[in-house]
Design a protein. Structure first.
Length: 330
């Protein structure tokens, strides 16, 4: 049974049997009143980052949540690592932490802000600070991590955070999310405020294929589970219309291989005016993706050709909330 953990700004929804698009789904809400930042699911554990009260974890499918120790209050990124029981977290101000016990306790990895570019890192709404927006492990090497700092750099470590490599000239500066794929060693895909990027050499150099991509404030990227040449992307014209419910206008795009980007309008998932930028996640089966935005939770089983809205109760308050994360597990 597929379970979706859908994180909105002020709510975390646990949606069970999320492959069923024909009926009302069992849904429970958690962490009410917290400022939710992100969610991921590992082998039997899910962890949810909050900006106001640290990290919460569950080992029973979301029935109960407990607060982890060893992290500050402002956790801005969370991801399951490449080893059993390993997790990575990012915070504001920018720092990276590792857990080896399924997210129960955490240890800070040193040296991130000693990089030369760190003096220029700044988050526009709070220019006095910055934070880790995304951490993406390389499936081929669990010690190789891509770390997106909002805003200012995409940096890397090849030894599990013992040492850090600074941004390279062709990388994006305002990375919002990244994706990797177990069948595509050395490849990574990035959705950033300053455009889309992808690498085929482990992050040494980045290409920026934009043909057909009319909206280049990019937020979320996902790669198909069975075919790493199929990429979905959510984007908008600017941050102002991506995140603001009163001005919202965002879109979904798809790219196959080296082709141009194709806008996925009129496919059963809302896009355009009134729609906040979506968070995307791939499913375990070929062609399956999920998309979460302020109009609901949607699923496609054919690579984005058609979408169905999942039977999740959707309150009026959710329609004004930006999605913060989406994780899919058993």
């Amino acid at each position: 049974m597929t379970t979706c953990y859908a994180a909105l700004r002020e709510a975390l929804l646990v949606v069970r049997d999320a492959d069923d698009t024909d009926s009302d789904l069992e849904t429970s809400a958690h962490l009410d009143g917290h400022d939710v930042e992100g969610i991921d699911v590992g082998d039997g554990t899910a962890c949810c980052a909050t900006f106001d009260d640290g990290l919460f974890r569950t080992a029973d499918g979301g029935e109960t949540w407990t607060r982890a120790s060893g992290l500050p209050d402002s956790v801005t990124a969370i991801v399951a690592g490449g080893r059993p029981g390993e997790w990575w977290a990012g915070t504001e101000p920018s720092a990276v932490y590792r857990s080896g016990d399924d997210g129960r306790t955490w240890e800070r990895r040193p040296g991130l802000t000693d990089l030369p570019s760190a003096s220029s890192w700044s988050f526009p709404p709070r220019p006095h600070t910055h934070h880790v927006r995304w951490i993406e492990p390389d499936p081929a090497d669990p010690d190789h991590l891509y770390v997106g700092v909002e805003a200012g750099a995409l940096v890397r470590t090849r030894d599990g955070g013992e040492t850090w490599e600074d941004r390279v000239p062709s990388a994006r500066r305002d990375n919002h999310s990244l994706a990797t794929h177990p069948d595509a060693p050395g490849r990574a895909w990035a959705a950033a405020g300053d455009g889309y990027a992808e690498t085929a050499d482990g992050g040494e150099t980045w290409d920026h294929p934009h043909d057909g991509l009319d909206h280049r404030y990019c937020w979320s990227v996902a790669v198909e589970s069975a075919d790493p040449t199929l990429v979905l992307l959510s984007s908008a014209q600017s941050a102002r219309v991506a995140h603001n419910a009163d001005r919202a206008e965002s879109y979904l795009y798809r790219r196959r291989g080296d082709g141009a980007w194709e806008r996925l309008d009129g496919r059963g998932v809302p896009t355009g005016e009134g729609v906040l930028r979506a968070v995307l996640a791939r499913g375990d089966s070929a062609g399956v993706f999920y998309a979460l935005h302020n109009r609901g939770l949607y699923r496609t089983a054919d690579g984005g050709d058609s979408w169905a809205r999942l039977g999740v109760s959707w309150s009026e308050a959710f329609e004004r909330q930006t999605p913060r994360g989406l994780a899919v597990g058993e």
